[in-house]
Design a protein around this ligand. Structure first.
Ligand code: NDP
Ligand code: 2IT
Length: 436
């Protein structure tokens, strides 16, 4: 058995390893072929780290750390987002890159796992400062990425504005226009429906699961969606279109409760156009209560919850409140927003619970479709990409649900996802000799 104590100073990464190892079936853990690969698969292929020196608007130079963790490319080109947030460190990026390997395998598209980012905080910075930072970041990163090597995209703090600056800088410094980033704005070769993909994808996944487990859908359901960034916004939009009412959202300061339902365009303009705090919503809409902490969102009675903000935002106490309030499904839009203890509580109480590596895979899946369009020099319609996204989310659900059943644990989609992806990936590694 692998000794995880050597990862004690990397708590987020250690938790991701624990989640994977504790869910693998005994038949895998006792199989010599898989054991050998296990030790190999939990170490990244390489970690690139660099200083990013950038100028603020008064001409003062600042330095931040930048990283790219290229974890595993057995299933294709290194692929995964970039996160700009003051909390970013190597433990968090290794956890996210490790999750990404299995998520990308689940999409059925040929992509390996990677993640990167910086401890730079875009909040409170001018457009010009963000641009300066993005150019300085890409000046260091560009030699290590490429359409057949490593294709980054967005994540927390990296949206359409940042991808535009990053891709412009990539073209400038590399002299190439090979589409080595995804989530690009349309005028730079982006795909329709990439902006919406993660939030729409988690909602499509929820529909599949609600149908299978409870023979129901989203119509008439009271829904809470944590966060108010890219993933949360487009989850709000799709849930509303499908007949659900989103009654609560949050940001890192507050939660808002709005029993009549939150309006997509109000939140989109507030967060995307004006970059304001969610509590400002109380000035723009009727019957909105601002709650003092983001965490208060989990005390609100709901039928379904979509945690779409950040890792470990929902713990065992929060899970207990949701269960006591009659919640029937928790679908992760963020990466590992539920602690392992919270997830286990949902599973043992037969609340449908989907791990992010399965239910938020729609974002990277459409990134994969963006790469395909760029390579073929094609531009697919919104409807075409959206239909492919629906199909991919449905396939992910079926594959992991069948695996959970095969292992005799129908409600355990963590086991379903991890065993399905681990076996598939390791068999691929062995066939191609990449396990050595
Ligand atoms: P954004 O930067 O667009 O939004 C993040 C949101 O989460 C913001 O509203 C932020 O609030 C909020 N937030 C951060 N920390 C907390 C907290 N502790 N409590 C409540 N809210 C908080 O990021 P994304 O929407 O892109 O990413 C959200 C999650 O989804 C992340 O886990 C990311 O890894 C994951 N993900 C993203 C994908 C994508 O395509 N973008 C794909 C798959 C997963 P504030 O404004 O106050 O910081
Ligand atoms: O966590 C994720 O899957 C993402 N941030 C999206 C990655 C991508 O390459 O589109």
């Amino acid at each position: 058995m692998i000794d995880l104590s050597k990862y004690n100073n990397e708590p987020e990464f250690k938790t991701a390893l624990e989640e994977m190892l504790s869910s693998l079936d005994e038949s895998i853990l006792s199989n010599a072929k898989y054991q050998q690969v296990l030790e190999r698969i939990i170490e990244p292929d390489r970690i690139i780290s660099f200083d990013v020196k950038w100028l603020d608007d008064s001409g003062v130079e600042h330095t931040n750390k930048g990283y790219r963790v290229q974890f595993n490319n057995s299933n294709g080109v290194y692929k995964g987002g970039l996160r700009f947030h003051p909390s970013v460190n190597l433990s968090i990026l290794k956890f996210l890159a490790f999750e990404q390997i299995f998520k990308n395998y689940l999409t059925t598209l040929p992509m390996g796992g990677a993640k990167g980012g910086s401890d730079f905080d875009p909040k409170g910075k001018s457009d010009n400062e963000v641009k300066n930072f993005c150019y300085a970041f890409m000046k260091e990163l560009y030699p290590y990425i490429g359409v057949d090597l490593d294709v980054p995209a967005g994540d927390i703090g990296v949206g359409a504005r940042e991808i535009r600056y990053l891709y412009e800088a990539y073209k400038l410094y590399s002299g190439k226009n090979d589409c080595s980033l995804t989530g690009k704005p349309l005028d730079l070769g982006g795909s329709l429906c990439r902006t919406e993909a993660t939030g729409y994808g988690v909602t499509y996944f929820a529909l599949e699961a609600l149908k299978q487990y409870k023979a129901t859908d989203l119509k008439g359901k009271k829904v809470i969606v944590s966060g108010s960034g890219n993933v949360a916004l487009y989850c709000l939009k799709k849930v509303t279109e499908l007949g659900g009412t989103v009654i609560a959202m949050s940001d890192s300061s507050n939660a808002i409760y709005c029993p009549d339902g939150i309006d997509f365009e109000t939140i989109r303009a507030l967060k995307e156009d004006r970059r304001e705090r969610i509590k400002e919503c109380a000035k723009l809409a009727q019957n909105v209560t601002v709650l003092p902490s983001s965490k208060d969102i989990w005390s609100i009675k709901c039928d379904i919850a979509f945690p779409c903000a950040t890792q470990f935002e929902l713990d065992e106490n929060d899970a207990r409140k949701l269960i006591d309030n009659g919640c029937i499904g928790v679908f992760e839009g963020a990466n590992m927003p539920c602690t392992i203890e919270a997830a286990n509580l949902f599973i043992s109480n037969k609340v449908i619970y989907s791990p992010g590596k399965a239910s938020n895979a729609g974002g990277v899946a459409v990134s994969g479709l963006e790469i395909e369009q760029n390579k073929k020099n094609e531009h697919w319609s919104f409807e075409e990409v959206d239909n492919r996204l629906k199909e991919i989310m449905s396939t992910i659900f079926k594959n992991i649900y069948n695996m959970a059943n095969q292992l005799g644990d129908e409600y355990n989609l963590v086991k379903g996802a991890n065993n399905y992806a681990f076996v598939g990936l390791v068999d691929k590694m062995i066939k191609s000799g990449k396990h050595l």
